[in-house]
Design a protein around this ligand. Structure first.
Ligand code: UN1
Length: 494
């Protein structure tokens, strides 16, 4: 651990502060870090505004150069930062590294984007006129991130915000400040190589709700990108809206897979197990509901129970482990309470027993719960590896069930039937922001827009044209003629 802290330049920063950081691996305290004084928040925001005034005038491809350097530094630090993700968030080694790879990928994407912040030219109805739509930097962007993707989600936002001309103020989860501090050190190396970026371009603030409140309520922070629970989004969203700020919300998911009679069950089983128990069920895209055609339900259940029985649960650093710890004991209690509730609502629970794993950590066997219907507990997101299984007769019924939850993040269907696949993707199909065919709901690539509808908050981050969320749209009309015709044929002669 000491070596890892040294390698990431954290040695000085991990002692003496008031915020205790615990590793979910064994519950041990691994650091005590400094927090931001809420009284400093106005100065933080003012620094971001000052940085904005300079950064917005740096040509976008030059801004992209900073993100290119960040991608290089992340490549060099991948092994160490990945190991720190494992230590601080409890992800298995491969997923810790995958998270850093996701940061590198979004940097590459954003570098290309820095030369492609395309606007439009629009046909003007007036002679000698030209209309355009241009995209301008917007201002400081607050990034409020969650423990489960402690660094990748910041990178999705920061890489885009930086090429779009926006400074970043990052408030990570209080459970994962170390990976944030390490990422800032990596970024600082890129900034040093870049040379002349304004001071305060990217700032880290560590602390609780008061810090978040300052960002959410300040009119000088026009964009607030927040990832976390729907409960958090219900607090953040209205406060940002009240001051007409722009909120990009990425909140809870309750993601389903429909398994149709023609499904390739070998593939479906692999997809189900990865997406239901990967990251110990702590992705917002985790598979939580399985909607299976009655004709194959027993066979699929049998296969899943066999697969679940052999899942290696334990120390995420150990080679071969597939399921690491939950983030903390509270999370394990919530999983156990949800399983009790599922039993009370008629569920047949398989698995879900606490296991020792590494003493001090919150380890638990993933659970599969056969439900008689989509009851109350199934409609809620429990951030843990619980997979509810329900049956269906017709595809219409299955799609209706898939959509009949408050959340709308990710969804998928396993079928070899073209009609079923296309119906699922159609206007009357899945109502989620992500809908896949013969792929599980989690593990999205950065190239697509990421986010979802309803209680998921409606925001889009990462790929496609999500960059527009970080810029100000401006419509320009230029008159290069020698007369002044009015639109809509209006006459105003004097
Ligand atoms: C999250 O859980 O907040 O699609 C993000 C995925 C990852 C990102 C998840 N690329 O599962």
């Amino acid at each position: 651990m000491t070596e890892l802290f040294d390698a990431l330049g954290l040695t000085e920063a991990v002692t003496g502060g008031p915020l205790a950081v615990h590793s979910p691996i064994d519950g041990a305290r691994i650091a005590s870090v400094a927090v931001t004084d809420p009284a400093d928040m106005p100065a933080v925001i003012a620094r971001a505004q000052a940085a904005f005034r300079l950064w917005r005038e740096v040509p976008a491809p030059r801004r992209g150069e900073l993100v290119r350097l960040l991608g290089e530094e992340l490549r060099a630090a991948k092994a160490d930062l990945g190991a720190l993700v494992t230590l601080e968030a409890g992800k298995i080694a491969s997923e810790g590294l995958g998270e850093v790879q996701e940061m590198i990928d979004i940097c590459d994407f954003a570098v290309g984007l820095s030369r492609q912040l395309y606007g439009l030219t629009i046909a003007s109805e007036r002679p000698g006129h030209r209309m355009m739509e241009t995209w301008q930097p917007m201002g400081p962007c607050a990034v409020i991130s969650a423990f489960n993707f402690p660094v990748a989600v910041w990178a999705w936002n920061a890489a885009l915000a930086l090429v779009c001309g926006d400074p970043v103020i990052w408030k990570p989860s209080e459970k994962t400040p170390l990976t944030a501090m390490a990422s800032m050190r990596i970024l600082n190396r890129a900034l040093a190589r870049f040379g002349d970026a304004p001071e305060g371009l990217v700032q880290l603030v560590v602390g609780g709700p008061q810090i978040g409140e300052a960002l959410v309520t300040s009119a000088d922070v026009p964009i607030v990108s927040a990832t976390g629970s729907t409960r958090m989004g219900r607090i953040v969203g209205p406060k940002v809206a009240e001051r007409f700020g722009r909120a990009i919300l990425e909140l809870g998911g309750n993601n389903a897979m429909i398994v149709a009679p023609s499904a390739d069950l070998d593939m479906a089983v692999r997809a189900i197990v990865f997406s239901a128990v990967g990251t110990a069920g702590q992705r917002c895209t985790t598979l939580r509901r399985l909607i299976v055609h009655h004709s194959i339900r027993d066979e699929l259940m049998g296969r899943l129970l066999r697969a679940y029985a052999s899942l290696p649960v334990g120390d995420p650093r150990a080679p071969g482990t597939l399921v690491g710890p939950l983030i903390d004991e509270g999370s394990r209690s919530r999983m156990l309470a949800a399983l009790d509730r599922a039993r009370a609502e008629g569920g047949e629970v398989h698995g879900g027993a606490p296991v020792e794993g590494v003493p001090g950590g919150a380890y638990i066997r993933p659970a599969i719960v056969l439900m008689p219907a989509q009851t109350g507990v199934v409609r809620e997101e429990t951030f843990a590896p619980i997979l509810y299984v329900m049956g269906y007769d017709t595809l219409d019924q299955a799609i209706a069930m898939q959509n009949d939850v408050p959340q709308g993040l990710s969804s998928c269907i396993f079928t070899l039937n073209l009609r079923e696949a296309e119906a699922f993707l159609s206007a009357a199909g899945s109502d989620c922001g992500i809908a896949n065919v013969n792929i599980g709901p989690s593990g999205a690539e950065i190239g697509g827009a990421f986010g979802g509808e309803k209680d998921t908050g409606g925001g889009r981050e990462s790929g496609s044209d999500a960059w527009r969320g970080y810029m100000r749209r401006q419509t320009n009309t230029v008159n290069w003629s020698a007369s002044l015709p009015l639109a809509q044929g209006v006459r105003f002669d004097f």
